[in-house]
Ligand binder design. Structure first.
Ligand SMILES: [Zn+2]
Length: 404
């Protein structure tokens, strides 16, 4: 079964469709990070302050969503097994959260996007267990996949051990071997119709070659016989290093091409913002990010993919998104709300919409197959950003043909 079809290409950029059970996600696409379980009860959408208000938008709940349909901004969402422990959790609550898949719960009945459930390997393997207030379960591939299934994951990844800046060669080798053995264990588990993505780590061609060689040795057949996509991880510490990100993604593309795996969709874990358009130009298909939400928690209202202002100083007239054009939500964002979550929740959703609108324009430009249009679009996006502009030119030259 083909889970990913590409329909247009411009240079290395591609647009297509990702099929996950009943949901189709148009690519390139940004998956906002959603924390479904924040330690609360069903009647409060499982709690979580600003997280909760975002869930009210996702599930089209009055009064937050106020009758407006926000589903197009939540066509695909990311959540992590590790987020279960973010708010302190009792054993009883833990078990009740795993009783019913997210999309089968009446609280989220309106949500019909694709659910990507990250393993949370970095956090949970470091801690050694998934722990609550009165219980602790040792981390294993089996435990994590059990939770991914209980969430009703449409896309799930194997447990993985990302590299850290301080790692020496032998740390990277042993982490690669550990991730490869999780990847081999994962393919023997019943995925119940969910897509499997292989987590991949490495910043250079040599590291990625070693990674793929190690994984290939542990699997009983070709990687694409068992995996439907690639989840490129460990890049969050490099989020402000555009040069490093471009090198890593370009290297991954080369390694996949050499191994006849170019047909697999590529998801970059934990990256959005100013790097995203360039990584799309290099051929990345999906991303996830919680930036929209964490900026809002810090009182930041996005004014572009690159800039933001304090929400108290924001001019909502410059934005035509459904949040900023709603008189009720504008009033809330100005501070006229009982709870902080109702001031900053709409700001988070505005921040998300701004990024989604940008990705949508980029997706259309690729779908139209117009090289000049894409080039101009990227150039305009970066022209006032001296720090990023030279990297934009590098990507344009590399993927869309020489410009200068
Ligand atoms: Zn807006």
């Amino acid at each position: 079964m083909t889970s990913f079809e590409t329909s247009a290409r411009v240079g290395d950029a591609r647009s297509g469709k990702l099929h996950c059970r009943d949901t189709v996600v148009e690519t390139p696409h940004l998956f906002p990070v959603i924390n479904f379980y924040c330690g609360g009860l069903a009647r409060t959408h499982f709690g979580g302050g600003v997280f909760r208000t975002v869930k009210e938008f996702l599930s089209n709940e009055v009064p937050a969503a106020n009758g407006t349909d926000y589903s197009e901004y939540f066509r695909g969402v990311m959540t992590s097994v590790a987020s279960l422990t973010d708010f302190g959790l009792s054993r009883e609550r833990y078990l009740s959260y795993l009783e019913t898949p997210v999309k089968s719960r009446p609280e989220f009945a309106e949500f019909d996007g694709a659910l990507f459930v990250d393993s949370g390997g970095y956090k949970l393997l470091n801690e050694g267990s998934l722990s609550g207030t009165n219980f602790s379960i040792e981390t294993s591939q089996k435990l994590i996949h059990g939770i991914q299934r209980a969430f009703g994951a449409d896309i799930a990844v194997n447990l993985d051990l990302p590299f850290e800046e301080s790692d020496v060669y032998r740390d990277r080798v042993s982490k690669t071997e550990a991730t490869a053995s999780f990847a081999a264990e994962f393919v023997n588990m019943d995925a119940e119709g969910s897509r499997r993505y292989l987590t991949v780590h490495g910043y250079s061609k040599a590291m990625l070659d070693r990674f793929f060689d190690t994984v290939a040795r542990t699997l009983p057949g070709p990687i694409d016989q068992f995996y439907d996509g690639i989840a490129f991880g460990g890049l969050v510490p490099k989020k402000d290093d555009l040069n490093g990100l471009i090198n890593a993604v370009s290297s991954l593309k080369t390694v996949l091409a050499e191994r006849n795996l170019s047909h697999l969709p590529i998801h970059v874990l934990g990256i959005s913002g100013r790097a995203m358009p360039l990584l799309i130009a290099l051929g990345v298909d999906t991303f996830d990010s919680s930036t929209y939400l964490h900026s809002a928690i810090n009182g930041k209202y996005s004014t572009s993919l690159f800039t933001s202002t304090n929400v108290a100083e924001a001019d909502f007239d410059i934005c035509d998104c459904p949040v900023c054009t709603s008189p009720a939500l504008r009033q809330q964002m100005r501070g006229d709300a009982e709870y902080q979550k109702d001031i900053l929740g709409p700001v988070a959703v505005h921040n998300l919409i701004l990024q989604q609108q940008f990705v949508k324009r980029l997706r259309r430009s690729i779908a139209e197959g117009n090289r000049e249009q894409l080039r101009t679009f990227l150039e305009n996006a970066y022209q006032d950003r001296p720090q990023s502009r030279k990297f934009a030119y590098r990507v344009i030259n590399q993927t869309l043909g020489s410009y200068f």
